[in-house]
Design a protein around this ligand. Structure first.
Ligand SMILES: C[S@@+](CC[C@H](N)C(=O)[O-])C[C@H]1O[C@@H](n2cnc3c(N)ncnc32)[C@H](O)[C@@H]1O
Length: 228
């Protein structure tokens, strides 16, 4: 199953960034909301883990907002991480790249923020619950987790509205049929959960001050804090 996800993203790595702005209609607001949720000052020397970092899009937003941050990028796909390595070629000292399956493997280290974008929806419900527990365990005191991801509509009607709005918006943005077909293939791997389900799993994992800080149809930015 996971080998499938890795292979799908290995295949998509080369043209991935170009298609992103079309395929994620609220692109800038969505990624910026994730970074704004990190409760640190610009000059803080923070440690950040990006789960499912891919080509490093979210990490790049984090790196710009926090120039002293040290960022670990974890991903299943070596080819996506190769693109990330090129993206950060001028500042290699700030980065650590880890090829890993964050659902299957233990997480280690201690972080001020664990972030993720558009990745955790590839896990099923039990895997998300377990991942939220593991993330809680690697946060330092007061650390926080922020996930910018796609959530399932609370009802079939809401989900149909989300899907319809997404298709309309990406077509308005002029997505090529090739990119759209490739995205639809990748979406077959999706195992989305509702925001309410995920809030409950965050709470169960120990997170407090759980919030949703941005939402545009299925695109949501949510998470919580470790509280000792
Ligand atoms: C849609 S891409 C998002 C990449 C990046 N975060 C972004 O915002 O552009 C999803 C990424 O999650 C990775 N991924 C999915 N499941 C994973 C897992 N269990 N462990 C590690 N990486 C995973 C894929 O390889 C892919 O690079």
């Amino acid at each position: 199953m996971r080998a499938g996800t890795g292979a799908v993203f290995d295949g998509a790595a080369a043209g991935y960034d170009l298609a992103r702005r079309q395929l994620v209609p609220p692109f800038d607001d969505f990624y910026r909301a994730a970074v704004r949720a990190i409760p640190h000052g610009r000059e803080d020397d923070i440690r950040v883990l990006d789960l499912g970092a891919g080509t490093g899009l979210l990490s790049a937003f984090v790196a710009r907002a926090f120039p002293r941050a040290r960022i670990t990028l974890a991903d299943l796909s070596p080819r996506m991480l190769d693109v990330a390595r090129q993206r950060f070629a001028d500042e290699p000292g700030r980065l650590e790249l880890r090829v890993m399956d964050y659902a299957e493997e233990p997480l280690f280290g201690e972080y001020d923020a664990v972030v993720s974008a558009l990745s955790i929806h590839h896990l099923d419900a039990d895997e998300k619950r377990e991942l939220f527990r593991k993330v809680y365990g690697i946060l330092g005191e007061g650390g926080m987790f922020v996930n910018a991801d796609q959530v399932l509509g609370e009802t079939p009607e809401t989900e149909a509205r989300y899907r319809e709005a997404w298709l309309r918006q990406v077509r308005e943005r002029g997505v090529s049929e090739e990119d759209l077909s490739a995205a639809l293939v990748r979406m077959r791997e999706d195992k989305m959960s509702t925001l309410d389900e995920q809030r409950a799993w965050l709470e169960e994992a120990g997170f407090r001050r759980i919030g949703c800080w941005y939402k545009d149809y299925s695109f949501a930015v949510y998470g919580g804090y470790r509280q000792d």
